[in-house]
Design a protein around this ligand. Structure first.
Ligand SMILES: [Zn+2]
Length: 243
């Protein structure tokens, strides 16, 4: 059996009333869910940065260890050359070995310079890590507080919200698909979430533009679904003037 326009409008009005109550619950929660999400993202960014710093410091420590080994190798070579120098047969051999020794001494100097630079870089990185860890700690505290706040607000309205969600589902199932998607579309496009309104004091209850008398009569007759010509909201009825 086809449902009448009146029953369609009644179902839509019921859906609207439930959605308005759900909107109010979300309004009370405000920006908290978004703030919690933002903090979680920020914390993750800091954690990635700390891990990257740790990797970089490990890399610098590796290069220091390699340079230290290179210095030991050069020192061993120098000792070996100096022993050889005791047994040279002529000046040419002596000079050649002297050159080799000087070359190794130069290598040692370069390594010492690189080690010093690496230590300096490590110091800088460590102070950066400390800063980041400090900020991370602060943000974690912020997050903890915000989460508690949100949990409390959610807990207060959870039962009511659950009931409304259930009610919404059964109310929505009573509205035909085409009408439901129109309703959802209007709700998404209007500021106050009202897709279904009444005519009050000769005006649309959503945008407050005047609704002409003939149109009000059509709305009251409930022969077809009529939308506001200014805002597109569904006009479900005409509220009688109270004098
Ligand atoms: Zn309107």
């Amino acid at each position: 059996m086809e449902s009448t326009v009146a029953s369609k409008l009644e179902a839509l009005s019921k859906l609207q009333s439930i959605d308005s109550q759900l909107d109010e619950i979300k309004r009370v929660r405000g920006d908290l869910p978004e703030e919690v999400q933002d903090l979680e993202d920020e914390i993750e960014g800091y954690e990635v940065r700390v891990r990257k710093f740790d990797d970089e410091v490990a890399g610098l420590n590796d290069s220091i260890a390699q340079r230290k080994q290179a210095i030991k190798d050069s020192e061993n070579l120098i000792r070996k050359y100096e022993e050889q120098q005791q047994n040279v047969r002529n000046n040419r051999e002596y000079d050649a070995i002297t050159k080799e020794v000087e070359l190794q001494k130069l290598e040692i100097q370069i390594s010492e310079k690189k080690i010093k630079e690496a230590h300096f870089q490590i110091e800088q990185k460590i102070s950066e890590i400390e800063d980041t860890k400090h900020r991370l700690e602060e943000r974690r505290k912020d997050l903890e507080n915000k989460q508690k706040e949100l949990e409390q607000i959610v807990a207060e309205s959870q039962e009511e919200e659950k009931k409304l969600e259930d009610d919404r589902q059964s109310a929505a199932s009573g509205v035909e698909d085409r009408l439901l998607s129109a309703y959802n579309r209007i709700r998404k496009n209007v500021r106050n979430g009202l897709a279904v309104v009444s005519v009050k004091r000769d005006a649309c209850g959503g945008c407050f533009n005047t609704v002409p008398p003939q149109r009000q009569a059509d709305i009251a007759a409930q022969k077809k679904i009529i939308v506001c010509e200014h805002c597109g909201r569904i006009l479900a009825g005409v509220e009688l003037r109270v004098f």
